[in-house]
Write a protein that binds this ligand. Structure first.
Ligand code: SF4
Length: 588
């Protein structure tokens, strides 16, 4: 039976271009695990970047691992053998390190599934040599790694370009100490920027369950962990792109190219806009060089940025792609920076759907979120889009935003109707008209944002709002409404805002075969404490030991402005020192 899995993995590799297969002899072996299915992991540029960075080194062999899906899972379970890597079909137990790349909190249960399938003990304290070290990196780890504290031996916080080489160097330097796990990881923690070892820190709690303090147990490790930031690598002209292509991904056989990292718009709900500060854009010439090399390998590129239309020189870039007879897709656009030129190029590239994110229906809530987007601007842009072509428009909205009322939700319906009306009017001469697809998601408060102190809205209220929205729009032609499941919003909020005690709930959900209802109901600690409780501004938060350079004072100012529905300025890198990231001396 295990032969069948091997055939399946070999067939998968045969469809790929760009994977790396190395001889293991004398090299540090890393199983780079994506805690979800292959098609999702291979669509994740961050995962591909880490694979490339590791395999660029002659002293490392990195192979990929994914959560098996469908037939693959049946084959795996039928074989009863430990989970295998893709490239050489080696058992995960044979690797020096199993490294998880994490982008979404709701993937955390899959970490435990992968460890179990690999027959690796789930808890860090249960693992010792010759068991591989189990580590994690990725954006959710530098928001709040604490719910995973019991399972991972250590975390590498920050952007991999800026600390992965130092990590590998230190791992190899201290290799002689490996059998003494505690001593070994303590040396890593003292020498690698952004390396966080949960077992070396002690949390203490107040009677009411809030965090009292969080300190290192050992003076060799830092009190605050500073995630690595790759500012220098950006200046060096390095524009990351995916190195492996395969038709079996969400994006198809495309090379993904990063145009920028972070976003200077300062939306108050957006964690990426805060923890990837300062916002950085790649130089036009560097992007073009990366696209040139991508188009030697494929016909299409996927352009990735928080907002592609904000990238300086974007029209030149997209014009170049279409003039050469190739096509592109874009991740998302800002309604106030879309231009006629960009729309023309998207039409020529055959893009059928454009995504814009008003986030809220009312002007008040858009000001509260610091969206800097008016209703007039949104409708003008929709008119421009529909005059250009019969693009479908995907609209992102959040419900459950702080202070949201029924009227604010009703304004989503009004805005969508106005957008539809403008689309119909602008398309009248052409006769063909695109659809509107609404994606309505529950607002989940995230660490390091000005909204980190707010709770999740009660599920009953979120469900009622979803139902009402669907009912109000169902009779409108050309509009489809998709909503997320509030139950998973609750789990995501728990895993985003919980401390290390939440690990017990995660373990219990895993042990009960993914039955979260049971795990939440029988938990010793009340999960609502993390999800529904508004936090005090002076409270010690589980993620306060991470230092992104953003002052708490700045976040509190933004929180207070939000409550007054007042906007604040966007980033002006080089001229602004408000939040503390761009200067050692933040504005007081
Ligand atoms: S200091 Fe100003 S420009 Fe720099 S990241 Fe903060 S808000 Fe943006």
């Amino acid at each position: 039976m295990s032969g069948d899995i091997i055939s399946l993995y070999r067939a998968r590799l045969a469809k790929e271009k760009g994977f790396v297969k190395k001889d293991w002899g004398g090299r540090l072996s890393v199983a780079l695990a994506y805690p979800n299915y292959y098609r999702l992991g291979m669509s994740n540029l961050g995962f591909q970047i880490v694979y490339h960075l590791l395999n660029q080194r002659s002293d490392v062999v990195a192979e990929r691992v994914f959560l098996p899906e469908g037939q693959e899972m049946s084959l795996h379970l039928g074989a009863g053998k430990p989970l295998l890597s893709l490239e050489s079909q080696a058992s995960l137990q044979r690797f020096d390190i199993v490294a998880f790349s994490l982008s979404f909190e709701n993937d955390y249960p899959n970490i435990l599934k992968i460890l179990e399938l690999a027959k690796i003990p789930l808890l860090s304290e249960q693992r010792s040599a010759p068991c591989p070290f189990v580590m994690a990196g990725g954006v959710t780890t530098f928001l709040n790694p604490e719910p995973l504290a019991r399972f991972l031996d250590f975390f590498l916080l920050g952007e991999a370009e800026a600390n992965i080489n130092e990590f590998v160097d230190a791992f190899l330097e201290f290799a002689a100490l490996r059998d003494d796990k505690k001593e070994f990881i303590k040396n890593l923690a003292g020498n690698v920027p952004g390396l966080y070892v949960p077992s070396l820190y002690r949390p203490e709690y107040h009677q009411d369950g809030t965090l009292k303090s969080f300190f290192p147990k050992d003076d060799q490790v830092p009190e605050k962990i500073k995630p690595a930031c790759s500012t220098d690598e950006f200046i060096d002209g390095n524009t990351p792109l995916s190195t492996i292509t395969t038709p079996d991904t969400e994006f198809g056989d495309k090379v993904l190219v990063e145009l920028g990292r972070g976003c200077g718009r300062s939306c108050r709900f957006c964690a990426a806009g805060y923890v990837y500060r300062p916002p950085r854009m790649h130089r036009e010439s560097d992007i073009i060089a990366s696209i040139d090399s991508a188009l030697e390998r494929c016909d299409q590129v996927g352009l990735l940025a928080a907002s592609v239309s904000d990238i300086p020189g974007i029209e030149n870039i997209t014009s170049l792609i279409v003039k050469r007879g190739h096509s592109f897709s874009v991740s998302s656009l800002r309604a106030d920076s879309i231009t006629q030129g960009l729309l023309d190029h998207m039409k020529q590239a055959g893009q059928r759907t454009l995504t814009i994110a008003p986030e809220a229906g009312s002007e008040r809530l858009r000001r509260l979120t610091n969206k800097h987007l008016t209703r007039d601007r949104i409708t003008e842009t929709v008119t421009l889009i529909s005059e250009t072509s019969d693009f479908s428009i995907k609209l992102y909205f959040l419900i459950g935003l702080p202070t949201e009322t029924k009227n604010d939700v009703a304004e989503i319906v009004d805005l969508v109707k106005v957008i539809r009306h403008n689309m119909v009017k602008a398309s009248a001469a052409r006769g063909r008209i695109g659809q509107i697809r609404l994606s309505v998601n529950c607002f989940i408060p995230k660490p390091f944002t000005p909204f980190q102190w707010f709770p999740l809205e009660q599920l009953s209220s979120l469900k009622e709002k979803q139902k009402w929205l669907k009912k109000s729009l169902v009779k409108e032609g050309g509009i489809k409404v998709n909503t997320d499941l509030p139950k998973w919003a609750y789990v995501q909020a728990l895993l985003s805002m919980g401390d290390r005690r939440v690990g017990a709930i995660l373990l219990s959900a895993h042990e009960s075969g993914g039955d979260w209802t049971k795990a939440l109901r029988f938990s010793k600690i009340n999960p609502d404490f993390f999800v529904y409780r508004p936090k005090g501004l002076n409270e010690v938060l589980p993620w306060d030991f991470i230092d992104h350079g953003i002052t708490k004072k700045h976040l509190i100012n933004e929180y207070k402005l939000a409550l007054k529905a007042k906007e604040s300025d966007v980033c002006h890198v080089g001229e602004c020192y408000r939040c503390g990231v761009c200067s050692e001396t933040a504005e007081s």
